[in-house]
Design a protein around this ligand. Structure first.
Ligand code: CP
Length: 308
């Protein structure tokens, strides 16, 4: 695997290989010495043009656990503020003998563009509203861990589907692995013709929750909305927020997921986010093992699937 740019072109076999490799690394992470020298001679730069807590720390920890040399690039204190282009920035970094670039960018397609112009491997850590492949891999890995498999499971993705790279990567991955997928949200936050991706659509959150075994709840991304797409966050919370009373009314127990950051009291109430039904911190924990697997597969060039 030269790059990981998105889930769209990954085969189910490669996805399964990420999971089985992550199983091995999860065992390493549970040992007293949580390190293996698998990428000892590899240098990785984390190039984050957008804010991140979970993804950036998770990638950095994964790199350190694999014994790689890592460098963090902070855009705010770099020469990007002096007008340096993306390609110039990366080519200058690569001149210092970097093997892998982990990249987050607000522009959809930025990692794909870069991969056509440089020799290093690129791992997409989220590009605009396009894809967030490692988030989808860790989400699916966490479902597989809790429910035993993905095939035939009913998973509802609830919230701001229109602006979510997490939603798109999850839809690609879960449908490839044989899960049934639905999206749910206000009509203004559901992309037109999304059914063409093999998902069903709910506009009523209670119906979506009654249908599914797992609800992956997404944040409202106000920063990506150039015009208002619903009245107020209070109204959104009233119609689409998930709280204890709503879950209790289902008369079955479903799994609750959220990629973070959570707007507590908007898409999820705190008691639900903190409950035993919630996989939120399992997702974060599994993120390190899954990213170790991805970096190992990219760094070791182990598979034949291009992943691009
Ligand atoms: N889930 C996720 O991408 O979170 P961060 O933006 O904090 O990395």
């Amino acid at each position: 695997m030269k790059h990981l740019l998105g889930i769209k072109d990954l085969s189910p076999q490669t996805i399964e290989q990420v999971f089985t490799t992550a199983d091995e690394f999860k065992q390493v992470l549970n040992r007293p010495i949580k390190k293996v020298p698998a990428l000892r001679d590899t240098t990785i730069v984390n190039l984050f043009y957008e804010n991140s807590t979970r993804t950036r720390i998770s990638f950095e920890l994964a790199q350190k656990r694999l014994g790689a040399d890592t460098v963090n690039f902070a855009v705010s204190s770099s020469s990007v503020s002096k007008g340096e282009t993306l390609i110039d920035t990366v080519q200058n970094i690569l001149a210092m003998k970097v093997d892998i670039v982990v990249m987050r960018h607000s522009a959809s397609g930025a990692p794909h563009f870069l991969s056509r112009h440089i020799d290093a491997s690129i791992v997409n850590a989220g590009d605009g509203t396009n894809e967030h492949p490692t988030q989808a891999l860790l989400d699916a890995y966490s479902i597989r861990e809790r429910l035993g498999s993905l095939s035939g499971k009913r998973i509802a993705i609830i919230g701001d589907i229109l602006h979510s790279r997490v939603a798109l990567s999850n839809i690609y991955l879960l449908t490839k692995m044989g899960a049934e997928v639905a999206v749910c949200g206000p009509a203004t936050l559901i992309p037109r013709q999304i059914e063409a991706l093999g998902v069903r659509v709910f506009y009523d959150v209670k119906k979506a929750l009654q249908w599914c075994e797992v609800a992956n709840v997404l944040r409202i991304q106000l920063e990506r909305q150039s015009k208002p797409l619903f009245s107020t966050l209070r109204e959104y919370a009233l119609y689409y927020g998930i709280d204890r009373a709503l879950l209790d009314s289902l008369q079955k127990e479903i799994v609750i997921m959220h990629p973070g950051p959570i707007n507590r009291g908007v898409e999820l109430s705190s008691d639900v986010a903190n409950s035993g039904q919630s996989l939120v911190l399992d997702q974060v924990e599994n993120g390190v093992a899954v990213r170790m697997a991805v970096l190992y597969m990219v760094g070791r060039k182990e598979t034949t699937d291009s992943g691009t």
